[in-house]
Write a protein that binds this ligand. Structure first.
Ligand code: CP
Length: 308
């Protein structure tokens, strides 16, 4: 089986079979990180371009390591010193990069739909590394892979996603992916940060941790910060922390063997208490490790590789 598209743009259009294929392929790549020489020659001669218009530590580094471990070449194009700073359009910039016979462009952009626009206009594979508040499919694949590895299955699990759901691209991708895999999803956060009508996607919502966390098998936290986008919607981080910080007492409402996950850089003391972040139920560091194998699977399968 192959992936249907030349690009990875979002979780919304990935099927159950494709998500399983990506997870199974990632699993086969995990072992490479334990070898003395962490490299296989499967993408030798291919080139990956990282094009990030927003800050990133995990995703950018993870794709860089993934490309290197598959023996691909990788070029990093810092947006601020690229011609975009002089007014070149995103499409012209991407066509310029493609003209140098690049095979993959990994793009992060503040505009929702920017990777989709590129994918329509260039022949190489486009990977969405986060577009505005829209989607972040590779982080969702990391989260799904981690759940599958730790629990053995996803179907029927109750998963809570907590935080600024309105602006979180990872939350959106996780909702699509978890629903496709048969999980039950509950979104928890202040009413102002949960998109109105999102229940139409088949998810539950709750504005109270004590209610939303009851019986959940997995908790996925997202970073909460005061940004231009949400300044009018969130009175203060102190207020958020008072009602929504995941501490040990609140963790007690979940199942006994709950997984605690975080989809980005943590704000300790805001969305997660340090003793929970470093506690026995946390798999946050494992998520970071898994990201390299998942990104290897994405590059490999988009290049036409088959599951071995
Ligand atoms: N998870 C994630 O997107 O992290 P970065 O912003 O560091 O890439």
């Amino acid at each position: 089986m192959d992936l249907k598209s030349k690009d990875l743009l979002g979780m919304q259009n990935l099927s159950f079979e494709e998500i399983n294929l990506l997870c199974d392929t990632a699993k086969s790549f995990v072992e490479i990180a334990t070898r003395p020489i962490k490299k296989v020659p499967v993408l030798r001669g291919k080139t990956v371009a990282n094009l990030f218009f927003e800050p990133s530590t995990r995703t950018r580094l993870s794709f860089e390591l993934a490309a290197r471990r598959l023996s691909a070449d990788i070029v990093d194009i810092p947006a601020m010193i690229s011609s975009a700073a002089y007014g070149e359009t995103l499409t012209d910039l991407a066509k310029t990069i493609e003209a140098m016979t690049v095979d993959f462009i990994v793009v992060r952009h503040s505009m929702a739909g920017a990777p989709h626009q590129l994918a329509r206009q260039i022949k190489c594979s486009v990977i969405n590394a986060g577009d505005g508040s829209h989607e972040h499919p590779t982080q969702a694949l990391v989260d799904l892979y981690t759940i599958k590895e730790k629990k053995g299955y996803i179907e029927g699990l109750r998963v809570a996603i907590i935080g600024d759901i309105l602006h979180s691209r990872t939350a959106k991708s996780n909702i699509w992916g978890l629903k496709t895999m048969g999980a039950k999803v509950v979104l928890i956060g202040p009413k102002t940060l949960i998109p109105p009508g999102i229940e139409r996607l088949g998810v539950d919502t709750s504005y109270r941790m004590e209610e939303g966390l009851r019986g959940v098998d997995v908790i996925i936290l997202s970073r909460v910060e005061l940004t231009e986008q949400n300044r009018a919607l969130l009175p203060s981080l102190r207020e958020y922390s008072r009602f929504y910080c995941l501490n040990e007492e609140r963790l007690g409402y979940a199942q006994k063997n709950v997984l605690v996950m975080h989809s980005g850089s943590m704000n300790r003391g805001v969305e997660i208490a340090p003793e929970v972040a470093d506690g026995a139920f946390s798999v946050i560091i494992e998520q970071v490790t898994n990201a390299v194998a998942v990104d290897m699977a994405v590059l490999y399968l988009l290049s036409g590789g088959k599951k071995s």
